[in-house]
Design a protein around this ligand. Structure first.
Ligand code: NAD
Length: 257
């Protein structure tokens, strides 16, 4: 399929799933706007590399998704937004009674409130263009819970609810909104959880990966960023026109348990 002529904004896309989604959208012909909170040469190089590889327009715009005004400014600076992928996210693992309040606030801001702000800024552009796709990268933790992840689970359940509400508000327009719920995908965010999980459970790295992380993923395989990217491209395809207000799990069977 071709997304030629469409502009896609992917938040938190200088690594991991966001970069994989941006690559998949560029491969499908979309012009892409990459984002994170840093403003380094290597961030802009990522955009240049995508433009060269796929023959699309690609830009990197620095904006901190913890700040509502910067979320809205990102969409304005993009100059158009046919496809919005809310992907930026962070994690912190601690028991709820020891959970640092500033970590709670940051996770709710980056993993949930940012999507409210970007969506609010993007919908008028989608309505003007007569077509739009909002894809929120939630998590299996948007549908189920795990101990020690209070803020993350709350934010991911929240973004599933936000996706349903936006879908209903746009139901009579050619604009859809859905959430993708990945299981474990081996990215820097997951890599960073391994030492915390090792400490929390008193286990070595390999045992944490096999027995703790992938214990709930019946396939016992990580999902890949390419699979998440392909799911986003599918949601932008004509086959997905009537798919709105729902979740698509890419979790090796986690939520079937
Ligand atoms: P990652 O750490 O590789 O990527 C997170 C991205 O968000 C990075 O580009 C980072 O720079 C960006 N980011 C962080 N704080 C930001 C801020 N304040 N402003 C703008 N950008 C910011 O992690 P990932 O695993 O690729 O996670 C991407 C998304 O996928 C997250 O929402 C995460 O919750 C979700 N997810 C990941 C997994 C997994 O197993 N990796 C599973 C389910 C859901």
């Amino acid at each position: 399929m071709t997304l030629s002529g469409k502009t896609a904004v992917v938040t938190g896309s200088n690594s991991g799933i966001g970069l994989g989604v941006a690559r998949a959208l560029a491969q499908a012909g979309a012009n892409v706007v990459l984002n994170s909170f840093t403003d380094r040469d290597e961030d802009h190089d990522l955009a240049r590399a995508l433009a060269a590889e796929f023959g699309v327009e690609a830009r990197y715009i620095a904006a901190d998704m913890a700040d509502g005004a910067q979320c809205r400014a990102l969409i304005e600076q993009a100059g158009g937004c046919d496809i919005l992928v809310n992907n930026a996210g962070i994690q912190h693992v601690a028991p709820v009674d020891e959970f640092p309040p500033e970590k709670w606030d940051a996770i709710i801001a980056i993993n949930l409130s940012s999507a409210f702000h970007t969506t609010a800024a993007a919908l008028p552009m989608m309505r003007a263009a007569g077509w739009g796709r909002v894809v929120n990268i939630a998590s299996a933790h948007g549908l189920t819970a795990s101990p020690y992840k209070a803020a993350y689970v709350a934010a991911k359940h929240g973004i599933v609810g936000l996706s349903k509400t936006v879908a209903l508000e746009c139901a009579r327009e050619p604009i859809t909104c859905n959430a993708i719920c990945p299981g474990y995908v081996l990215t820097p965010l997951v890599e960073a959880q391994i030492p915390d999980q090792m400490a929390a459970h008193g286990l070595d790295r390999e045992t944490v990966i096999r027995e703790v992380m992938l214990e709930r993923q019946p396939s016992r395989e990580f999902a890949t960023v390419e699979q998440i990217g392909g799911t986003v491209v599918f949601l932008c395809s004509p086959a997905a026109e009537q798919i709105t207000g729902t979740t698509i799990s890419v979790d090796g069977g986690w939520t079937a348990l």
